[in-house]
Design a protein around this ligand. Structure first.
Ligand code: ATP
Length: 250
C-alpha cells in the first residue's frame, strides 16, 4: 500500500515556486529520505503534506486520502512532524508533562497521566523528567520528548525534518537508534529530510535527490552505498559526503 503519493506537485511561497513537478510514492512501512542542497525544497514538501505550506497544486494523498490545504485534527492523529530543533516544538514555559498531555487532551484521550509516563518510557526517559521544563533537559533529551509528543496520538506516519542535525554527534546516533527501534516496533512510515548521507544509509530504504525544487533522481539505499547514481549531481553529493572529501587539509 502507498502511504504517501505526490503527483505533479508544485508548492509556492507567494510568487515564488519552491517545489516543481514532484512525483513521489512512499510505501507503507518504508523509510524514505529527501536529500539535496539547502533551499532545494525538501522541508517545503513535508510542510505541504502537514498543511503548513498551503499554497500548492497537484496531488497529495496520504494512505489513499487526498490532503486538504490546511491543518486538520484528524490528520494530525495520523501523521506527525518532528523538527530539527526541539525548542521550536516545545513551549519553554510548559512542563514536559503538559507538552505530552496536550495532544491527548485536545483529542479527548483517556488515562492521560498513565499515557504520559508510558510515552516517556517509550523514548527512554524515566518519570522524573515529567515535571521539568525544556531548558532543564539536554538537547538529546528534548528531542526524545519531541518524539514522544509526536507519538502521543499513535500516528502511522512521521515526517522527520533533520531530526538529529542540531544535536552533538555523540547524541545523534542515540536518537537515530531510537527512531529506528520505534519504526520497527510500531510499523511506522518515515519521510525524512536530511543532509547527511550516512544517516540515510543507516535509516532509510530509498531516497530522492532534490535540486532547485525538483527531484533529480530516486534511488535505493544499495545505490547510495555504492555511489552509482545516474545523475552527475547525485554522484557529486555522494563524493562530497565521503569523509576524505570533507576533512580540511591544514
Ligand atoms: N516561509 C517561507 N516563505 C518564503 N520562502 C520560503 C519559506 N520557506 C522556505 N522558503 C524558500 O523555499 C525554498 C525551499 O526551502 P526549503 O526550506 O524547503 O529548502 P530545504 O531543501 O529544506 O533547505 P534546507 O536543507 O536548508 O532546510 C528556498 O528557496 C526557501 O528560501
Amino acid at each position: 500500500m502507498t502511504a504517501i503519493h505526490l503527483q505533479d506537485l508544485d508548492i509556492y511561497y507567494g510568487e515564488s515556486r519552491a517545489v516543481q513537478g514532484v512525483n513521489l510514492d512512499v510505501a507503507s512501512g518504508e523509510s524514505f529520505a529527501l536529500v539535496g542542497e539547502s533551499g532545494s525544497g525538501k522541508s517545503t514538501i513535508l510542510k505541504a503534506i502537514m498543511g503548513l505550506a498551503p499554497d500548492w497544486t497537484g496531488t497529495i494523498e496520504v494512505d489513499g486520502a487526498a490532503r486538504s490545504h490546511g491543518t486538520d485534527r484528524a490528520f494530525s492523529a495520523h501523521c506527525q512532524m518532528v523538527f530539527q530543533d526541539p525548542y521550536s516544538s516545545l513551549h519553554p514555559r510548559k512542563t514536559i508533562d503538559a507538552a505530552l498531555a496536550e495532544p491527548l487532551l485536545i483529542h479527548g484521550k483517556p488515562n492521560r497521566d498513565k499515557r504520559v509516563v508510558e510515552l516517556l518510557a517509550e523514548v527512554g526517559l524515566d518519570a522524573r523528567f515529567r515535571f521539568r521544563f525544556p531548558h532543564q533537559l539536554s538537547g538529546g533529551q528534548r528531542q526524545r520528548v519531541a518524539i514522544a509528543r509526536a507519538l502521543a496520538l499513535e500516528p502511522k506516519l512521521l515526517l522527520l525534518d533533520e531530526p538529529t542535525s542540531a544535536l552533538d554527534v555523540s547524541i545523534q546516533a542515540e536518537i537515530l537508534n531510537l527512531l529506528k527501534r520505534l519504526r520497527r516496533e510500531r510499523g511506522l512510515t518515515y519521510l525524512m529530510v536530511t543532509h547527511n548521507l550516512p544517516v540515510v544509509s543507516f535509516m532509510c530504504d530509498r531516497l530522492a535527490v532534490m535540486r532547485h525544487g525538483k527531484i533529480v533522481e530516486t534511488a535505493d539505499v544499495a545505490t547510495l552505498r555504492s555511489g552509482q547514481f545516474d545523475s552527475a549531481y547525485a554522484r557529486d553529493l555522494y563524493r562530497l559526503s565521503e569523509p576524505d572529501q570533507t576533512e580540511q587539509t591544514p
